[in-house]
Every structure is written in C-alpha cells, then in structure tokens.
Design a protein around this ligand. Structure first.
Ligand code: ADP
Ligand code: MG
Length: 608
C-alpha cells in the first residue's frame, strides 16, 4: 500500500532549523537584536551581557516600540514590518527584512520582551520559551523595547556544548558590538558585562566614535578618506601608516550602514599602503561605502557578511585612488602607480552609468619633510643637499612621539632646540651609520637606506619624465638565454623609463646603448642578468607596478652593501638623503632602514 510521505514541518522544528543559520552563538543573537534597535529608530541602546551571553543577552532601546499585536507577531516566522512586496526588496534600507531573527532566537532560548510605543499608555510583556508562547500581559515600562534572551540553546544541548569559552564568546560579542557601534555614531551605546560597564559611547561623529571605542591616542592616528562618484561614495578614516599594527583587527568596511567583509576591496587598501608599512604590519581602516541599494545583492544571508556588487572593479579602482590620495595629502606620499592594471579597467561600467573619476593631483616631487628642496639628479652619493634641517623637520612632524621630560640639569645638554648643531655621523662595523637627533640616537642600516634613496630617485625621475641616461661610448652587446631575452623584451619600456636604452633584439643578444647615470659601466651584462633573475622571482607580486618592481631590483643591485667602508662624505650623503625620502623608515622591500633609540628609552634603561 502506498502512502504519501511528504508533510509540513511543525513551526517549532522549522524555526530551530532556521536558528541554526541565524543564531550560531551569543554574538549572532546580539547582532540581530542590535540591528532591530537601529531599524526601530532608537538613539540610546543599552546592552547587558552575563556569562558571555550564554545566560543573558538583554538589549534595551528607546525606539518606536511595538503594539500588543505586533509584540506577538514579531516571534512568527517571516513576520516583518519592513517589506510588504517583492519590489521592496530592491530598495531595502533597513538592516533586517527577512523576519526570521526573533522567531529563530525564540526557538532556542527563553525570551522576555517588553515594549511600549510612545503613543500608548501602557506597555506589553511577552514570554516565549523554545517557540512556546508562555503568556502576555500589560506592563508599565519605558517607551521602546527591551528584549532579554536567556539561556541560549537551553533546549539544544548539542549546540550549547559547542559554544566556546566565555573569553572567546565575549570577544565575539564585543566584535559584533563594535561593528554596530562604529556604523552608528549618532546612537549612544552602553555595554554592561557582568554588571560592569565595558563600553560607553556618546552620540557624536565617526571620529569621536572611533576614539571612544579605541582610546584617545587615536585622535592623532587617523587620516580622513572622502571620495564621491556617481557609482559609490566613500568616507571614513584610515590609520596613518606609522601606526600600522602588528596584528590584524581594526579593518572595517561598511556598505549602506552594514558591516561587510571584502577581501577584494581590502586588497585595494593594502595596495595603497604598500611600501609605507612593513610587510608584517596591517593598516587600520574604517571605510564606509554608500551605493544605490539596487546595485547590490540584497538577499543577504543573515550570518554572511559578503556583499555582491554590480561593479566591484570600478569600486576597487576608486577606493585605491582615494586611499592613496588621502595618504598623500595627510601623511606620507606613496610613489605613484601610473600603470593602471588591465583588470581594473573602468570601461566595464554598466551601460548608461557614468562615473566621475576621482580627481587626484599627485605631485611626484611631493616631499612631506621639506618644501623647497628638490631631489638632485644624481645617483649614489650626491653632494649633501637636504641638510640637517630636513632631518630636524622629520622629527618635528612626529608630534606623537612622547616628549621627553628631562631633569632640568640635563636640559642644556639635550634640549631639542639646542640640537641644531650638525650631528656627527659615523659608521660602525662597516655596515651601520650612527647619528642623533632631537629625539634620540639613530642607527641606520646603510644597505637598506641606500636602497630606499636609490629607489625613490629612480621612481621620481621616471615619473617626472626627467630620466637621465649615460650614453655608452661603445654600445655593449649582451648575450642572453631565449627566456631572458623574452623577459627583457616584455620589460623593455620599463628599463627605458629608468634610463636604459636597449635595442637590437636579436636571436640571442641585445644592444645596450645607454644606462642610468652613476652606474659603473663595467659589468652591464651581469647587472641586467641579475635584474632579470630577480624579476623572475618577483613578478608574482601583483601589488606593485612593473616600474616599482624594476626600480626595486635595480636599487638593490646598485646599492652599497653591508661590509663596505664608506668615506665621511658618503656617510653624510646617505643619512641626509635618507631623511629627505618620502618613506625614510622602510626599504623598498619593506624592511626597516633605521632604528631610533629615544632619549626616553635611554633614560628608562639607565634608571636601574
Ligand atoms: P526583521 O528585522 O527581519 O523584520 P525580526 O525577526 O528581527 O525580523 O523582527 C521582526 C519584527 O519585529 C520587525 O520587523 C519589527 O517590526 C519588530 N521588532 C523587532 N525588534 C524590534 C525593536 N527593538 N523595536 C521595535 N520593533 C521591533
Ligand atoms: Mg531583524
């Protein structure tokens, strides 16, 4: 006998299944509750957490509140006040709209809701436990809504056991809280953990909110980002390169008020920061995107943070340029990437869309340390030009380095203002250069420093189209393997940007007629071969333009190495030119060029 075997799941089971997606942990329940307070128009939100949210997550808001009937309805699956018809999906401006969060939470916890609309005399209270309706009664309460989620997963022991330690779950809770607090600076939040205030933020602007959450030192660390195009508006802040962190973390994208993860756009920022920070550190950013909701996929899974954009490539290009522009304007100027990668082609805009390219004026000679002095067109050891002034200016700018309070008897000796005497430079171990400044003792790695100087000179001249070359009296024929020949052909233009003239590509040889100035012309074949060799191992790095890669490997080849004894004028040339660089602290490879031992640290060391 055949019987039908398909039947509808009871609501309680359906809700628990949905809860598996919506509520994985206390932090995800908190996220839903917080989003509801924002959708309800609240401007004051209190969060109370006990046992990392395992025993209690309570959220109290002063938003619109719910009527008696709405308070019952809100626990139904697909009960939402936010959309009514399919068309509404295209213009979603609220955070929630699926109407499943409260139904899911109530299916796996004991929930108590109190709510009162401003126009009502009295509020209403409802208790639901594991989808089971336990009762509703009038209650006198404040305007707005309070929802307590108690004993999450009380009826699903497997999931409760799966929760991590209180430490880990609390960290997740704080992270969710930050994501909401950062994007809603006009709302004041108070987060209690075990009866203690963990965070309290006041209504303000974004910068105040960041400082509120991360501490007052952030006041000096932030650079604003602002870019408006027809496709997308960007706003927010990035951390100055010198404050890049050794650990990931403060990296936030928000789109239309919603936290978003985007490895692709993250790369646009990383790329703008490259060479400004060491390889093992991470830039901070708080970037807000505003786009037409019609151009993103709104059917976002509640626990997913990825967003699909119609034209992510153009957004990438605009963001990358906006970040570079901000860094250049407010801090250190990066070298210019004038090769636009093919994949970032702006022409892929949907028909009918026009975007205003961000207007970026980058001055290739921009030098944050000195306004009047222009780099000289000489390699290696140009006569000293940047002077002590450049170095002193460099330190003057570091206003965040704590000022040393020296005992008064010492001030004459170490007073920064007295330190304008030309510093004495010397070399130790044929490798390191030592000097001092207003702030402390500076130890410079001669090789890394010289790489930085040469690199910037190469790029600067190439960008300003002032590349000079030394014509070879007798052109040199060099022999290469077919592979190398092929590679050189592909990089020919970039070699030329840097001052090489290479022609006469034959079967196994080329003719070199000019090389950059100040390169010893004795082993041109060896030089080109070794550059090609290093290009083979670095072409993978798609963060840099070809010009940057080539300049980097050329600078490495022709720089002075550790172990070389330098003449006094060579030492002063390196030190002074280094401080005139745009990014003096870091080699083109991202390694440190110098270590500064501040007087404060010295005093600290001599304390005991
Ligand atoms: P969604 O947010 O997707 O609509 P939820 O399950 O999160 O679904 O909420 C269901 C409904 O309950 C919301 O549409 C809203 O009308 C109401 N609601 C939930 N939380 C609040 C709140 N804090 N204040 C006012 N109304 C709320
Ligand atoms: Mg919701």
């Amino acid at each position: 006998m055949m019987t039908d075997i398909i039947h509808l799941l009871p609501d309680s089971v359906a809700n628990q299944i949905a809860a598996g997606e919506v509520v994985q942990r206390p932090a995800s329940a908190l996220k839903e509750l917080l989003e509801n307070t924002i959708d309800a128009g609240a401007n004051d939100v209190i969060i109370i957490i006990r046992e990392a949210g395992k025993s209690l997550i309570q959220v109290i808001d002063n938003g619109c509140g719910m009527s008696e009937r709405d308070a019952r309805m809100c626990f139904e699956r697909h009960a939402t006040s936010k959309i009514q018809k399919a068309d509404d999906l295209l213009a979603i401006r609220t955070l929630g709209f699926r109407g499943e969060a409260l139904a899911s939470i109530a299916s796996v916890a004991q929930v108590e809701l109190k709510s009162k609309r401003h126009e009502d005399e009295i509020g209403t209270k409802i208790i639901v436990e594991g989808t089971e309706f336990k009762g509703q009664s009038p209650v006198s309460c404040q305007n707005g809504t309070s929802i307590s989620v108690k004993n999450l997963f009380f009826n699903v022991p497997a999931r409760r056991n799966f929760l991590k330690s209180n430490n880990v779950e609390l960290k997740n809770i704080i992270e969710e809280f930050f994501r909401v607090a950062l994007v809603n600076p006009a709302i004041s939040f108070t987060l209690y953990n075990q009866e203690r205030i963990l965070f309290q933020t006041h209504a303000g602007n974004l910068k105040q909110r960041i400082i509120n959450l991360y501490g007052p030192s952030y006041a000096q660390k932030l650079i604003p980002v602002e870019q408006q195009t027809e496709l997308v508006n960007f706003s927010g802040y990035i951390g100055k390169p010198e404050f890049a962190k050794k650990s990931k973390g403060e990296q936030y994208f928000f789109t239309n008020g919603r936290f978003m993860r985007s490895p692709y756009l993250h790369h646009a920022i990383e790329n703008a920061f490259q060479e400004l920070i060491t390889k093992d550190s991470f830039p901070s950013y708080f970037i807000f995107l505003e786009v037409d909701p019609k151009t993103i996929d709104v059917n976002i899974h509640p626990s997913k943070t990825e967003i699909n954009f119609q034209d992510i490539r153009s957004i990438y290009t605009i963001l990358n340029a906006a970040i570079k522009q901000s860094i250049g304007k407010f801090s250190l100027s990066p070298t210019i990437d004038f090769e636009v990668e093919q994949s970032m082609n702006i022409t892929e805009l949907p028909a009918g869309t026009t975007i205003k390219q961000p207007t970026i004026t980058i001055n290739p000679d921009y030098n944050p340390f000195e306004k009047t002095v222009k780099p000289q067109n000489q390699f290696s050891f140009p006569a000293s030009r940047s002077s002590v002034q450049a170095m002193n200016d460099f330190y003057k700018d570091q206003s965040t380095i704590p000022h040393v309070d020296l005992p008064s008897t010492n001030t004459r000796l170490l007073d920064p203002e007295q330190a304008v005497e030309p510093p004495k430079y010397f070399q130790i171990k044929n490798s390191f250069l030592v000097t001092h400044s207003k702030r402390g003792v500076i130890i410079i790695d001669q090789q890394h420093a010289h790489e930085r100087i040469l690199y910037e000179q190469l790029i600067d001249r190439s960008v300003s189209r002032e590349t000079s070359r030394q014509q070879l009296v007798i052109p040199v024929t060099i022999h290469l393997t077919p592979d190398d020949l092929h590679l050189l052909q592909a990089w020919k233009d970039h070699f030329s940007f840097l001052g090489f003239d290479i022609s006469g590509f034959g079967k196994d040889s080329v003719l070199v007629t000019a090389i950059p100035p100040d390169i010893e012309p004795d082993d041109i074949e060896g030089l080109i071969e070794s550059i090609l060799e290093s290009l083979k191992s670095t072409t993978q790095d798609n963060k840099s333009s070809r010009l940057q890669l080539l300049a980097r490997s050329l600078a490495k080849k022709i720089s002075v190495k550790r172990g070389k004894k330098l003449q006094p004028e060579e030492i002063s040339s390196i030190i002074e030119n280094l401080f005139a660089c745009k990014v003096p602290e870091i080699s083109p490879d991202g390694k440190l060029t110098m270590v500064i031992l501040s007087f404060e640290e010295l005093l600290q060391k001599f304390k005991h």
